[in-house]
Design a protein. Structure first.
Length: 131
């Protein structure tokens, strides 16, 4: 179900963070990164299913849409951070671009976080019932 996809997505994302702490598994960061991407895909699928569910009110479905948009913004911020890391390790002239990308990723992450809080608040208040 959609709720189980969301729960599994968060569990996989937590596991990817733990895997990132283990030196031999995190040699190049490929396994934790792949687990994180898979976790986000599970989240997106769960949020998509709940945002189209007839069980919830229109306002509640908008909350699920906020959560889905937040997850997409998190993925975008992660990709921008990856680019920033690449530029930080290249020539000195590209370090400025790396700094700008890191700042952009930070701003996107803050916006995604506020959308996530707003989305959960909407879902909490409206719930799966009609008033």
């Amino acid at each position: 179900t959609n709720v189980m996809d969301i729960r599994l997505g968060y569990i996989i994302m937590l596991a990817s963070a733990v895997l990132g702490l283990i030196p031999y598994i995190n040699a190049y960061g490929i396994i934790p990164c792949a687990a994180l991407v898979f976790g986000y895909l599970k989240l997106l699928g769960g949020y998509k299913g709940l945002s189209t569910s007839a069980t919830f009110t229109e306002t509640c479905r908008a909350g699920w849409d906020h959560l889905r948009a937040s997850a997409v913004m998190d993925i975008a911020a992660a990709l921008i951070s990856l680019l920033a890391g690449i530029f930080f390790q290249s020539m000195s002239a590209a370090i400025i671009l790396g700094c700008l990308l890191a700042i952009a990723a930070f701003v996107i992450k803050i916006i995604a976080f506020t959308r996530m809080i707003a989305g959960w608040q909407i879902v909490k208040i409206t719930g799966p019932y009609e008033d």
